[in-house]
Design a protein. Sequence first.
Length: 159
Amino acid sequence: MQLQDKIFHLRKRSGLSQEALAEKIGVSRQAVSKWETGEAVPELSKLLLLARAFSVTTDYLLSEDESEPKPLEASPAEKTSDEKKKESFAWLIGAAIIALGAVIILEGILTFVLPKILSDFVFDAVLPINTIAAIVFGIGTLLVVVGIIVTVVIKKKKI
């Protein structure tokens, strides 16, 4: 099957008129008509747009292969709204974990520093403040690291 036949069959299969396809690609209806009759050949940039419009590869369009085209996977730019919502929600979870870790780190620092500042004024009790502060600080640091890992993994997997 030649390019002109493929354009015609793919357009019909997609349920598009010549006018609708022309509008989608950014050309005139007459250009689409000429492509389908073999009077003209689409420019490379238009060929890429045709492949995207029909969800086929440019290889399929240009080869004289008669087989049915393999469906293309959606590119990152063509994510569904559900995928975008999931990704946004996942990023929000990662950011929340990082924020929680930062607050706990601050609490650990205050647990360590505040008694030393106030010890002369408020109490002279000997408490394991250093140990408690170190544990709280460690938990906060761990949460920040986990939050960063979660956001990096989410970005790479593109949920």
